[in-house]
Structure formats: C-alpha cells, structure tokens
Design a protein around this ligand. Structure first.
Ligand code: SDX
Length: 428
C-alpha cells in the first residue's frame, strides 16, 4: 500500500503522508494542507472523519465492537481488575505492581480532604440544582484551593494533581448527593477501599452504621471500570482542548463534566431511565415510542441507542446487561423497567430502521437500571458516569500536556456577509 495520499485541488496535485497506527488505522496527515494549497482547509462537522491526535491510551473498533485500555480488553479488566488498578493503567500506561497499587491508593487517601470552605459553595446551591452543574462548579472551584495544581510541567506536579483530584472528586460527588438529600456532608473513611468509601460517603446516615453490600460494591467497581475511558469522545475531546490552552487540570475536568452532561452524551443514562419510565407509564407501548424514534418530524430519539463509533454492539452494554440481571437478582429487586428495556431492545434489534443504521444499545442503555437498584437517584446517574470517566480524562489530559500538543483551534468556512460599509443609525 502507498504511504502517501494524493489530493488534486485547482488543477494542482499534492501528496500527503499517511499515518498508520498500531492497530493499522490509517489517517491522512494534512498538517501542511493549508500552506501547500494556498489556504485550502477541510470541513467535517462533528469531526466524524477527523482525528484530533495520536493516542496510546484506548483503542476501539466500532465495527467489531472491540474496546481496550492500553491493550487490555474491557472484558478482562471488568472481570479481573479493580477500578484503581484501571485508573493507574490508563494514566501511567502499565498495570500497577502490588506495591505501586498500595502507594497510589495511599497517596490518593492522603489528599482526599476537601477544604472546608468548599462547603460554603455547596450550601449556596438550591437543592433543586442538577448535580452535574454542582459537580462541574465544585471541580473548578478546587483550583482556588489548590493553586499549585494549575501548572503541571513537572512529573511530580502532575502526579500530585492526579492523586489530589482522584482523592477529592469522590468527596465532591458524595457532597453533591448529600446536599440534595439534606444530609450533613461526610468525609468518608480512609480505612476503606476506594469504591467502598465512595458508597459510604454517599449513603451513610448520620445516626446509623453504614453496612457495605458486596454486590453493590462489585457492581459499582465494574461500572466505573466500564466508563473509565473511551478515546476521543465529546467530553474527553473537551478536556484535551481546554487543557491545550494550558488551563489547569481541574478547570479542564470541569469543562469535561459540562460536556458529559448533555443528553446526547453522558446525560443519556438519565434520559434512558426517564424514557423507560414514560413508556411504562404509557402502558408499556414500545411500538409507539419506536415509531416516534423513526419519525423525522419528531425530535424524540431512542435514548441509549446508537453511537458515533460503534456500528455493532457496544461491548460495555453487553457486560452491563448481564450485570443488571445479576445485581437485581442478588438484591431481590423486581424492576419492571428492566422488562421494558429488554422489550424495547428486542424491537429495535429487529427493526429495519435501526438495523440499517446500525443502531445498537450503548453503554447508557442498561447502566441506569443498576444505578437505580443501588438507590442512586436518576439525576445522579451522569455524576456516576463522570466518576468512572475521571481517570480517562486525566490520562488523556496528561498525554496531551506531556506531548506538548499545540493549542486546539479549528478553522472554519465563512458563509456570512462580505464587506459592507457602516451606515450611521440616522440613515438605517
Ligand atoms: C455516549 O462518543 C463516545 O464514545 C460516547 C460514549 C463514551 O463512552 O464517552 O460512548 C458515551 O455518549 C454514548 C451515546 C449516548 N447517547 C445516546 O444514547 C443518545 C441517543 N443516541 C443518538 O443521539 C446518537 O446515536 C448519537 C449522538 C449517540 C450518535 O450520533 P451521530 O453519530 O451523530 O449519528 P447521527 O445523529 O448522524 O445518526 C445517524 C442516523 C440519523 O438518521 P438519518 O438522518 O440517517 O435518517 O441514525 C439516526 C439519526 O436520526 N439515529 C437515531 C438514533 N441515533 C441515531 N434515530 C433514533 N434514535 C437514536 N438513538
């Protein structure tokens, strides 16, 4: 195969090198395009055909439904690793030894106290505030209390920022939920595992001992692993672009949280549950909602279906679907919503509109059912997605900063008014 692409523009032929990745993905390197063609650029709304970077963190094959973190399959990691192991793998590139794992967790615990003044920011929010807006604000506010975490040009500064945010973020997640529930803010317990501590901080009642449920601990650990990274998705691209201006890690993460909030992205797990509830309330009439999803005049979409990259089953959805059955059975929860979800999935998998467009269930389709069984409120589902995605965002931001990538600044094609003289208001 040739290692160059040839492009003819205005009668001139230009050659551009091909970049071939370790999984044989091929990209045309167009870094010189504008200069050699006298100003010609490309346009690709939503970047459906455009790569923003070369990355060594996550590989996914949308046609084959493959997802790997640093070369390890998502299936093996979900089954055999714990969330902190996966966080270490994504951020530093290798699975930790036992000693590295213990030091990483100890360093995280040592930085997990959030400045008490942050409580005043939490208290300023109305209980009705959406948790994603609260979490994004609190994450950005961390910069004010940790100013040295802005410029992370040294590996040491970078490591300190990484363990700080991995320690403090679960506290912010818990405070976001406890504020909604009118509960006193809790600092957790450094004697616990990472996921156990998250659950205790979120759910401990002030007048009762918190009893861990191993089924829920295992399910949450697996869900966080499944959400940990997903190459250049909308929120991760946001974290990389914001960080490319040399804004600090916490500010970049805050921007990523806002991007994840959207119902077309991470907000879909909340939208799926609201959709399933509506269908159940409507007598379980899945055919009516399938028709709405296919009606171009109806803005309704089948939430939890379709994906920019996966044109096959999302491997995470397969794992979560099995886990949903297990968790509900282990908890003895009969949730009619799960039956509605399975009926809808069967309808869609046999409907030409969905089959032709290769629309399959994605990571968000079943995750909300498990979160709900855990007692997590629907509007906190995307917060749990953010908790899982945190190490991926960190890893991608670190790769971008260590790679000294240029500031992200796309071009455009201007289609507005050409030059026209100014007319003073008396003459308009
Ligand atoms: C996540 O990118 C990532 O990696 C994201 C993520 C991650 O881990 O970070 O995987 C997490 O965000 C998963 C996606 C969660 N979002 C949803 O479940 C919302 C519902 N899905 C859609 O909005 C949509 O499928 C997207 C946004 C996910 C993808 O949109 P694309 O790639 O821009 O595809 P498109 O909108 O161009 O759709 C192609 C066709 C269109 O029909 P035609 O114009 O060709 O006739 O498929 C149709 C769309 O109308 N379509 C749907 C649909 N999704 C696409 N029709 C009905 N219901 C849907 N869900």
């Amino acid at each position: 195969m040739s290692n160059k692409a040839t492009l003819e523009v205005n009668g001139q032929k230009h050659e551009f090198p091909l970049v071939v990745g370790s999984e044989n993905e091929v990209a045309i390197d167009i870094k010189s395009l504008r200069s050699v063609t006298g100003g010609v650029t490309t346009i690709d709304p939503g970047f459906k055909n455009t790569g923003s970077c070369e990355s060594a963190i996550t590989f996914l094959d949308g046609e084959k439904g493959i997802l790997r973190y640093r070369g390890y399959s998502i299936e093996e990691l979900a089954e055999k690793a714990d969330f902190l192991e996966v966080a270490y793998l994504l951020i530093f590139g290798e699975l930790p030894t036992k000693a590295q794992h213990e030091k990483f967790h100890a360093d995280i615990k040592s930085k997990s106290v959030v400045d008490d003044d942050v409580r005043k920011i939490v208290d300023a929010f109305p209980k009705s505030a959406h948790p994603m807006g609260v979490l994004s604000s609190l994450t950005s506010a961390l910069t004010a209390f940790n100013p040295t975490s802005v410029n992370v040009d040294s590996e040491e500064d970078m490591y300190n920022s990484v363990v700080k945010i991995l320690g403090k973020f679960p506290v912010l997640v818990a405070w976001t939920l406890r504020k909604k529930n009118g509960l006193p803010l809790d600092y957790g317990d450094n004697n616990l595992g990472y996921v156990e501590n998250v659950l205790k901080m979120m759910f401990k009642q002030p007048n009762e001992e918190y009893v861990q449920n191993e089924v829920i601990v295992d399910a949450l650990d697996k869900l966080l692993i499944l959400h940990a990274d997903h190459e250049q998705n909308c929120s991760t691209s946001t974290v990389r672009v914001v960080g490319s201006s040399h804004a600090g890690l916490f500010a970049s993460l805050s921007a990523g949280i806002s991007a994840l909030w959207g119902p077309l992205h991470g907000g879909a797990n909340q939208a799926v549950l609201e959709m399933l509830e509506a269908i159940k309330e409507d007598g379980g009439d899945t055919k009516k909602y399938m028709a709405k999803a296919k009606d171009k005049n109806d803005p309704f979409r089948l939430m939890g279906f379709g994906h920019r990259v996966y044109k096959n089953f999302d491997p995470r959805a397969k794992i979560i679907k099995v886990a949903a059955d297990e968790v509900l059975n282990n908890l003895g929860v009969e949730d009619p919503i799960l039956d509605v979800a399975k009926a809808l999935e069967q309808e869609a998998l046999n409907d030409p509109y969905f089959v032709d467009r290769k629309l399959y269930p994605n990571v968000d389709f079943y995750s909300g059912i498990i979160y709900r069984a855990m007692g997590i409120p629907t509007d906190m589902f995307t917060v749990m997605f953010a908790l899982g995605r945190l190490p991926g965002w960190i890893a991608q931001w670190r790769e971008m900063r260590l790679g000294k990538e240029p500031i992200g600044r796309p071009r455009q094609v201007y289609i507005g008014e050409t030059y026209r003289k100014f007319t003073i208001v008396e003459n308009r």
